[in-house]
Design a protein around this ligand. Structure first.
Ligand code: NAP
Ligand code: HSE
Length: 432
């Protein structure tokens, strides 16, 4: 039997404590699968007195995580603190500088510094593993880097943020407003330390940028991801979408087009009959369209202690087995720079909800502007009658150029009968 693989873990919160639990509870299984014991030799967090529901006796405690990354008796440093800068980055750099493998669940760090870390790992001859950083318990990184390695990927899309999906699901099922549900997602351990990352689409954008790099063999480019969140979606929009035969999902989509790679994260109306419409609560889904294996759909829990720690431990097992895969699927020197397609060039269908003053001629004014910008309406819905008061006016648009939509709705928003900002949501016409 080989020497045990020695692990130092920084961060003992939802994912860190979950990782310790799996390594301890599943010791025999892991030993058999890895061909050697996996031993936690050191841990670090802020508060040593906190009960984390796991047994930490006989494990060296470091009050400074960076010191641990440098000095602990460990082959692997597992970074489970979070944040793109500061201590998390310092730990990973220190560990790689000392030729220790790094395992992390930190998509923010990878989205901003993934290439630098990958270069450091290549120089030191160690790996950076990050299965837990994208889609929680779903082994999407392994699927892309290994299972689908024979293919060219044309498009990768899906639900990449458990918190947003959980919120959208409960809003629809229980007729709840956004803010009420966010608190529950935080209590369940799904949300980021700063939950605005979840609800403003930033977390999903981090994950999409990582996926696009691995899927397309392209340089990771977080700045290229067009990012919108779900903060502006009201219960009224969820209910109108339902009435029109759709559900609202926060999707991440990266696709090759003739002009380059489109990367976008935003809420979408998807037909209720589409498979992705029925991926609910904190579940994620990732659909990969490729040239030989066709379309592969991955669905599973996208957040929370068990699923995320399961992915962390899978990475540790890979290291214990001696498996080494380039961080982004190919050596960093082979990653290509691919032009980004700006969102104004997007061509798609749209849902729009306006609050308009209920008086004659309003609709004619709106229709005139749409005609002037070659935006073609598919359907229109107005509920209720309140002369002189604002009422919702809901429209869906046939496929059109986003630049035209933007100009048309800037003009429409400026009409004195339109109250507040229009709520514009793209429609993804996915097959059932
Ligand atoms: P968390 O519950 O807030 O835990 C963070 C841990 O980091 C805590 O144990 C905290 O210590 C420790 N910590 C904070 N600052 C530290 C410092 N300066 N030195 C040492 N330890 C420090 O966060 P989490 O949900 O487990 O997330 C951890 C990482 O996993 C993040 O990158 C997150 O994006 C990622 N992730 C989370 C999930 C999920 O479902 N939660 C899923 C996928 C990926 P104390 O406990 O002493 O305060
Ligand atoms: N906050 C993230 C989410 C955790 O809700 O999806 C999983 O990455």
């Amino acid at each position: 039997m080989s020497e045990p693989l020695k692990i130092a873990i920084a961060g003992l919160g939802t994912v860190g404590a979950g990782t310790v639990k799996i390594i301890q509870d599943q010791a025999e299984t892991l030993n058999a699968r890895a061909g050697r014991a996996i031993t936690i030799t050191a841990v670090s967090a802020r508060d040593q007195s906190k009960d984390r529901g796991v047994d930490l006796k006989d494990i060296q405690w470091f009050s400074d995580a960076e010191t641990m990354a440098r000095d602990a008796d460990a082959d692997v440093v597992v970074e489970l603190i979070g944040g793109s800068e500061g201590i998390a980055k310092a730990i990973c750099e220190t560990a790689l500088g000392k030729a220790r493998h790094v395992v992390t669940a930190n998509k923010a760090l990878l989205a901003h510094h993934g290439i630098e870390l990958a270069r450091m790992a290549e120089k030191s001859g160690v790996s950076v593993q990050y299965e837990a950083a994208v889609a929680g318990g779903i082994p999407i990184i392994k699927s892309l880097r290994e299972g689908l390695a024979a293919n060219d990927v044309n498009r990768i899309s899906g639900i990449l943020n458990g918190t947003s999906n959980y919120i959208m699901t409960r809003m629809r099922e229980e007729n709840l407003e956004f803010g009420t549900v966010l608190k529950d997602a935080q209590d369940l351990g799904y949300a980021e330390t700063d939950p605005s990352f979840d609800i403003d689409g930033v977390d999903a954008a981090h994950k999409l940028a990582i996926l696009a790099s691995v899927a397309f063999g392209a340089e990771l480019n977080f700045e290229a991801v067009h990012t919108e969140g779900i903060r502006h979606i009201s219960l009224m929009d969820v209910q109108f979408a339902d009435e029109l035969g759709y559900r609202i999902k926060l999707l991440g989509i990266a696709a090759r087009t003739g002009a380059g790679i489109e990367q976008r994260v935003h809420p979408c109306l998807v037909p209720k009959v589409a498979a992705i419409a029925n991926v609910e609560y904190a579940f994620n889904a990732v659909e990969v369209e490729c040239n030989f294996a066709d379309t592969i759909v991955h669905v599973g829990p996208g957040a929370g202690a068990g699923p995320t720690a399961s992915a962390v431990v899978a990475d540790i097992i890979d290291i214990a087995r001696g498996n080494a895969t380039p961080v982004f699927g190919v050596p960093t020197s082979s990653l290509s720079a691919i032009p980004t397609v700006p969102m104004v060039q997007h061509h798609g269908a749209y849902y729009v909800r306006l609050m308009v003053v209920d008086r004659p001629g309003v609709f004619a004014d709106i229709a005139t502007i749409l005609r002037d910008h070659e935006v073609s309406m598919e359907s229109v819905l107005q509920r209720g009658r309140a002369p002189g008061e604002p009422v919702p006016l809901v429209m869906t648009m046939h496929e059109t150029l986003e630049a035209n939509m933007n100009t048309a709705f800037t003009e429409i928003a400026a009409l004195d009968v339109v109250v507040g900002e229009p709520c514009v949501i793209r429609i993804e016409l996915l097959p059932g």
